[in-house]
Write a protein that binds this ligand. Structure first.
Ligand code: NAD
Length: 294
């Protein structure tokens, strides 16, 4: 069993850290926010007095922070406070350039590192059913695997440093584009007099089948478990989808990749968020699509 320092005990970090404890690992957590600390204590987690204390005497450090600037800001001190050879796993969703900077700084400080963003959301974090997409050396991945298995159902070693973040934003770019495609198809069907159920029954068993349709269907009715049936309460909030789409567009620009549909999806989600819908499930964009002029 490992000794783990866990930095960032928010919506995702707190249940992930609690699952490590359930699996028998010793976890010392830290967060800057008093409500997050209270929430973590209520789950039975041990909280350190500082981030440095949380990582000083552990085998592995997991970070679960909002963005690249938070991760790079935090690890500067953490790398100094940890014992040389500590494995740092960053599970935050961050930009690919910051992920590379994280690995480079870890290496310079004598630590091992893995970028390991997740998919599966808060429900997956609670149920320990997350998917981890990992970038780093085979050795770092092998060391991390037992811990990842305590917090998730599947871990994929995607390649070298940064490959986990790359896989994450590519996957979510597919998701953002496909959700808008599904919404446009339902709205077109409505205008032509086609029932939601009929389109669902056909597309869900035909070539239009995709996660956005059959797991997160944007209209109420055909799939009772989808957020559309509870006024688009997330689920996966629009603000988080927009964050990931923006990361995909930054990376696309950097890499010189043409992503016309990714750019269009980013613009549409940005407009939807600007109108005050950042807290709605990302499938809620159908209501906005419905009101657009042709
Ligand atoms: P959150 O805002 O609930 O939690 C982040 C926590 O980090 C906060 O409690 C904050 O106080 C803490 N923090 C920030 N800087 C810190 C520092 N220097 N030291 C210690 N604590 C610090 O966010 P979340 O929903 O838990 O998401 C975390 C990451 O996971 C993000 O990168 C997000 O994009 C990604 N993610 C979230 C979801 C989701 O559904 N919420 C799904 C997949 C991936």
């Amino acid at each position: 069993m490992a000794k783990v320092g866990f930095i960032g005990l928010g919506n995702m970090g707190a249940p992930m850290a609690a699952n490590l404890v359930k699996a028998g690992h010793e976890v010392i957590g830290f967060d800057l926010s008093p409500p997050a600390i209270e929430g973590a204590k209520a789950r039975g987690l041990t909280i350190a007095a500082s981030a440095a204390e949380a990582v000083a005497d552990v085998d592995v450090v997991v970070t679960m922070l909002p963005s690249g600037k938070h991760v790079l800001g935090a690890v500067e001190g953490l790398f100094k406070a940890a014992r040389p050879g500590t494995l740092f796993i960053d599970s935050s969703t961050i930009d690919v350039a910051s992920a590379h900077a994280f690995h480079k700084a870890a290496d310079a400080a004598g630590h091992e590192s893995l970028d390991a963003p997740v998919s599966g959301g808060v429900m997956g974090a609670e149920a320990a059913t997350l998917t981890f997409m990992c970038g780093g050396t085979a050795g770092a991945f092998a060391k991390a695997e037992p811990l990842l298995a305590a917090m998730g159902r599947k871990s994929v070693h995607c390649g070298d440093a940064g490959a986990g973040q790359t896989a994450k934003i590519c996957n979510n770019m597919i998701l953002g584009i496909s959700m808008i495609g599904v919404c446009e198809a339902f709205v077109l069907g409505e205008k032509l007099g086609l029932s939601h159920q009929a389109l669902y029954d056909v597309a869900s068993t035909s070539s239009g089948q995709c996660w956005a349709l059959t797991t997160n269907c944007p209209v109420p009715g055909p799939l009772p478990t989808s957020p559309a049936n509870r006024d688009y309460k997330p689920g996966f909030a629009t603000a988080l989808m927009l964050k990931d789409l923006k990361l995909s567009q930054d990376a696309a620009q950097h890499a010189g990749a043409a992503t016309a549909l990714g750019a269009a999806a980013t613009a549409l989600y940005a407009a939807f968020e600007e109108e005050g819908f950042g807290g709605k499930d990302f499938s809620g964009i159908i209501e906005w699509v419905r009101t657009r002029e042709a």
